[in-house]
Write a protein that binds this ligand. Structure first.
Ligand code: HEC
Ligand code: HEC
Length: 210
């Protein structure tokens, strides 16, 4: 009884430590590998069903645009879903090892996605909080993300410009509520201090950037 309980406990510890070590190693491996966008095109077929063949997502924000996102950012997001650091049942499924077997697969599909040019226009906000939002963005976010949220592969900064407003607003609210554990502590703290109007406005402002 005691022995089997101990075995169960130590089994759990071993498994979770391996999972943690594995995912850190996997991220490093996927970032270090030379990516092949042509191979990635094959893997992207699964993704197209939801994100669209152009990677533009859905304007209402139910599915984000992913085209043109820097490759290292896509790699990190896919691994976050794969290891459950970011929760979404659809993405956890399609980023798992049956769909993307190896770090190479992740690097390749990310390279293909990064090179996509989208045709789906961004779903923008109502405009009501645009002035509030652009002020809050310039005060609290642009120091790191730049004036228009362009993204940067070398600094692993996500491209936020042109993302659907509905999607961004939900991400910011989820982070403030502690439902997105993969976001950094500084984001959680900053988002918590923002009003709902500022959050809606930031999402609207970013959705209108090219
Ligand atoms: C069944 C539909 C579906 C499929 C298939 C799918 N996705 Fe997603 N994806 C989503 C949804 C929904 C979200 C938003 C999840 C959330 O709200 O956090 C998302 C989010 C993402 C994000 C995060 C974007 C961001 O900026 O926050 C990336 C990157 C992504 N998907 C890439 C992919 C790739 C690459 C594939 C193929 C390997 C894929 N997805 C397949 C539905 C899907
Ligand atoms: C100290 C620098 C810094 C500040 C300030 C900052 N960010 Fe970020 N942000 C980053 C970095 C670096 C990343 C990528 C790191 C990561 O993926 O965890 C990021 C990621 C993000 C993401 C995407 C994360 C994902 O995985 O989808 C969003 C959305 C975001 N920031 C919004 C904001 C907003 C809105 C503000 C202002 C209220 C802000 N950030 C302030 C540095 C910053």
């Amino acid at each position: 009884m005691v022995l089997s309980a101990l075995a169960a406990v130590s089994g759990t510890v071993v498994v979770s430590a391996a999972a943690r070590g594995g995912s850190g190693a996997e991220l490093a491996a996927a970032l270090a590998t030379a990516a092949d966008a042509a191979r990635g095109a094959e893997l992207y077929r699964n993704c197209a069903a939801c994100h669209g063949v152009d990677g533009g997502g859905v304007a209402d924000g139910s599915i984000p645009a992913i085209a043109g996102q820097p490759q290292p950012v896509l790699v990190k997001q896919l691994i976050d879903f794969r290891r459950g650091a970011r929760l979404d049942i659809r993405m956890e499924h399609f980023a798992d090892r049956r769909h993307l077997e190896s770090p190479q697969d992740i690097a390749d599909v990310a390279a293909y996605t990064a090179a996509l040019r989208r045709t789906t226009p961004a779903g923008i906000g109502s405009g009501a909080e645009l002035a509030t939002g652009s002020r809050a963005w310039l005060d609290s976010c642009s120091g790191c993300h730049g004036a228009t949220g362009q993204g940067d592969a070398a600094r692993k900064l996500p491209r936020l410009a042109g993302q659907h407003a509905g999607y961004l607003e939900r991400q910011l609210l989820d982070t403030a509520d502690g439902r997105r554990s993969s976001m950094t502590a500084i984001h959680r703290k900053t988002f918590k201090r923002l009003s709902p109007e500022q959050i809606a406005g930031i999402a609207d402002y970013l959705s209108r950037q090219q």
